[in-house]
Design a protein around this ligand. Structure first.
Ligand code: ASP
Length: 325
């Protein structure tokens, strides 16, 4: 009898040791981060900068896979199909919180089907136009748009993207519907803005800063409550003529539902390490973006933020009557 008990204890200990060794081994291979927008755009940039620095903290290679389309919802759906083993992750922005109100049918629940890892950044947006757009400031732009509403168009990254949200708020502020042109990300939308094929868009500074500084696009305002350090000469939208026009874009990291807590915690720790890194902080700052404080790069803080953003935007979107199928 004693023999049998001893044997079971030894087996149990061996199993525990094997499980522990397995957990300690993570990460043992490349980690893929799904980004639900096209390469070269703001989410892609935030993801690549974060992946590189987080990878160093984790002693692993982290790569980005772009799965664009339908304003980020195709990439989000893809994550819900992935194995919850810590090797497939997902970076999305504020759009993860607006999609449930914007889309009548989603194959996933934005809260329930994702394991939050932590918030990454808060970023400003800028209102930009093609270089030869005939308006030198926001007031002139508003007058021009009022007189030419059937002629002007506005690019965005699809229903559910930040550029779509900002454009929707713009149209509601000026009480005018405009023609919108959806892309799979503002990376490709920016190419068309630079080429003069579209008139204007509201896009994250991560994507617009270098073109503004090079004089390749016109800028009319930043969407934050205060001016930003990387472009202090650019007025806020409120200062420029649209009072209370503010949007901040936050990105966050998620794992598939059911990922072991030890792995989620390890990822969250590595994210916190990455966001402290001076080089990453400088790159973010140069792009008009700010890493979140350490206590927001946690699963709990992201859960709270996601819930409150879903609750905040739902009624606004419903009142605006904007839907996608
Ligand atoms: N984040 C999108 C992108 O990376 C742009 C957007 O949401 O407006 O292209």
């Amino acid at each position: 009898m004693i023999h049998r008990i001893m044997r079971s204890v030894v087996c149990a200990l061996a199993l525990l040791a094997a499980l522990q060794a397995h957990a300690q081994q993570y990460p043992a291979k490349v980690i893929t981060i799904i980004v639900p927008f096209a390469a070269g755009g703001p989410s892609d940039t935030i993801a690549r900068l974060t992946a590189q620095t987080m990878g160093t903290a984790l002693k692993a290679t982290m790569i980005v896979e772009n799965v664009p389309g339908a304003g980020g919802t195709i990439g989000a759906a893809r994550l819900t199909q992935a194995k919850p083993d810590g090797y497939t992750l997902f970076i999305h922005h504020i759009g993860h919180a607006t999609a449930p109100a914007l889309y009548r049918k989603l194959s996933y629940d934005a809260m329930r089907d994702f394991d939050p890892v932590g918030l990454i950044n808060d970023g400003a947006m800028t209102f930009v136009a093609r270089k030869d757009f005939p308006a030198k400031d926001l007031k002139e732009l508003l007058a021009y748009v009022a007189a030419n509403k059937d002629k002007v168009n506005m690019a965005n990254a699809g229903v559910g993207s930040a550029s779509h949200l900002c454009g929707m708020l713009f149209m509601s502020a000026i009480k005018t519907d405009l023609t919108t042109i959806p892309y799979k990300g503002t990376g490709p939308a920016m190419n068309d803005l630079l080429g003069g094929q579209v008139d204007f868009m509201c896009d994250q500074t991560t994507n617009t800063t270098s073109h503004i500084k090079a004089g390749k696009v016109k800028v009319y305002g930043v969407t934050t409550a205060k001016r930003i350090g990387s472009m202090p000469e650019v007025p806020t939208m409120s200062e420029a003529g649209l009072p209370n026009f503010t949007v901040t874009v936050w990105h966050a990291l998620y794992a598939p539902k059911g990922t072991p807590k030890a792995i989620v915690d390890q990822l969250s720790k590595a994210l916190q390490e990455a966001l402290k890194d001076p080089t990453l902080k400088q790159r973010f700052a140069d792009l008009g973006s700010e890493p979140v404080a350490q206590d927001r790069a946690t699963p709990e803080a992201l859960r709270v933020q996601l819930k409150s953003e879903i609750d905040k935007w739902g009624p606004i979107i419903k009142a605006a009557g904007v839907f996608a199928d």
